[in-house]
Ligand binder design. Structure first.
Ligand code: ZN
Length: 380
C-alpha cells in the first residue's frame, strides 16, 4: 500500500497560551453599560492551549515535525504594516498594563507585543520550512490571531497579520509570483484584503459568514483594484450553513479559483469559529466538515503548488469543540491518525448542516461569474 503520510511541521509556543485578552467578556467591562467582568474572555488562550494539549496527549504530536518560533523582526512586519503601527504596538507593550491592538476591544497585556511577534514569526517559520522542503506541509497553532489586522491597525483580537507577514516573506525570500490565501475563519479576512487590495501576486480568498465581523466588509462586490482587480474573492455565506454548504463552496468556487490562479504556495488562515459549537458566529460545521475542507486544500496543493501549503491558526472560541476540529485537520494534512473520534459527534451529528439548502446553493452559485477574472498573472 502506498504511503500516504506526509512530513507535517507543527508549531506551538508556550507564550501563545499567555495572551492576555483582559478581564472582560468581549466588549470592555463597564459599570455604566452593565457589562460585568468575567474571568474567561471569549478569546481566552485556553481554547488554543487545549487544542495543543489534545494534539500532545493523543500522541499525534509524536508523528509531526515540531518547529520552533522566533520573533518576527521589524523588517518582517514592515513588509505589510505601517511603521507607525509596529512602533505603537511595541511601545504600548512596554507599558505596565500593555495596550490595545487598535479598535478599543482588543487589549493585550504587558509584553503582549512580544507574543504577537512570536506569532508572526511562527507563521514565517512554518512557511519557511515548507518552502525549503524541510517538511511537506505545516500547521502553526498561532496566538494571537492575525487575519483582522490591516496595514495600519490591529483589530478583532489581531495585532499583526500573521498570514500576510508570511506571504510577504515568502514572496521576497523565494521570489514567488503567485501566493493564494484561503481564509476559512468564519469572520471576514479583512486584513489581507486591505493589505493586498491592489496586488495580483496574492489571490486573497475569504470564506465567511456574511456580516459576522467586520459587519461592513467581506461582500462579494469587493474584488480588489488596479493590478489587484479580480484577485480579492469573497464568499459571504448565509448563516446556518454546515458541512454541505462549505463543501459546495470549496468544490465549486474556491478550488476552481485556485486552479485558475496556479499558486506556487497556498496559505490557509484556518479558524474553527464556523463550528456548530462556537459562540461568535452562527454556522454549523462539524469536525469532519473541517477535515473535508483540509482534504480539498491539500489535494489542490498537490496538483497546483507542488504540495506546498501552510495552515495558520486564526479564531475558534469553543473550548470544548475546537480541539477536536483542529485535531481532525492535522490528522488529515499529515495522514496520521490520533486514534480518537470526534467526542461531540453524538451530540452534534444530527443537528443539521448535511443538506445543501436552496438559498445556500444560490449564494455560492452567484459567485461563479467572478472566476473568469482570475488568471495566473505571469501568463497575462
Ligand atoms: Zn474568526
Amino acid at each position: 500500500m502506498a504511503d500516504t503520510t506526509k512530513r507535517t511541521g507543527y508549531l506551538w509556543h508556550t507564550l501563545y497560551g499567555w495572551v492576555d485578552t483582559g478581564g472582560a467578556p468581549v466588549m470592555p467591562s463597564s459599570v455604566t453599560a452593565g457589562i460585568q467582568p468575567i474571568s474567561h474572555h471569549v478569546a481566552h488562550p485556553d481554547t488554543k492551549r487545549r487544542m495543543h494539549e489534545l494534539i500532545s496527549a493523543s500522541g499525534l504530536i509524536d508523528k509531526l515535525v515540531q518547529l520552533d518560533a522566533n520573533k518576527a523582526t521589524r523588517e518582517d512586519v514592515l513588509r505589510v504594516h505601517d511603521a507607525a503601527h509596529y512602533d505603537r504596538i511595541v511601545a504600548d507593550g512596554a507599558l505596565p498594563k500593555g495596550g490595545d491592538a487598535g479598535d478599543g476591544v482588543s487589549p493585550y497585556g504587558q509584553g503582549g507585543h512580544e507574543i504577537a511577534l512570536l506569532a508572526a514569526g511562527g507563521a514565517i517559520r512554518a512557511t519557511d520550512g515548507v518552502m525549503r522542503g524541510e517538511v511537506d506541509n505545516a500547521y502553526a497553532l498561532l496566538n494571537p490571531s492575525g487575519h483582522h489586522a490591516e496595514r495600519s491597525t490591529g483589530r478583532g483580537f489581531c495585532i499583526f497579520n500573521n498570514a500576510a507577514v508570511a506571504a510577504a516573506y515568502a514572496a521576497e525570500t523565494f521570489g514567488l509570483q503567485r501566493i493564494a490565501i484561503v481564509d476559512w475563519d468564519v469572520h471576514h479576512g479583512n486584513g489581507a484584503q486591505d493589505i493586498f487590495w491592489e496586488s495580483s501576486s496574492v489571490l486573497n480568498i475569504s470564506v465567511h459568514q456574511n456580516r459576522a465581523f467586520p459587519s461592513d466588509s467581506g461582500f462579494a462586490d469587493e474584488r480588489g483594484a488596479g493590478a489587484g482587480a479580480g484577485y480579492t474573492l469573497n464568499l459571504p455565506l448565509p448563516p446556518g450553513g454546515g458541512n454541505a454548504l462549505y463543501e459546495y463552496a470549496f468544490e465549486t468556487v474556491v478550488v476552481p479559483a485556485l486552479e485558475a490562479y496556479e499558486p506556487e504556495l497556498i496559505i490557509v488562515p484556518c479558524g474553527y469559529d464556523a463550528s456548530i459549537m462556537d459562540p461568535l458566529a452562527r454556522m454549523m460545521v462539524r469536525a469532519d466538515g473541517f477535515r473535508r475542507m483540509a482534504r480539498l486544500m491539500v489535494d489542490a496543493a498537490d496538483r497546483l503548488s507542488n504540495g506546498r501549503i501552510v495552515f495558520l491558526q486564526e479564531g475558534g472560541y469553543s473550548p470544548y469543540y475546537m480541539p477536536f476540529c483542529g485535531l481532525e485537520v492535522i490528522e488529515e494534512i499529515s495522514g496520521h491518525s490520533a486514534g480518537l473520534a470526534d467526542a461531540y459527534a453524538p451530540l452534534v451529528a444530527g443537528m443539521g448542516g448535511d443538506e445543501l439548502l436552496d438559498h445556500e446553493r444560490a449564494a455560492v452559485d452567484a459567485l461563479q461569474g467572478h472566476l473568469a477574472d482570475i488568471k495566473a498573472p505571469a501568463a497575462n
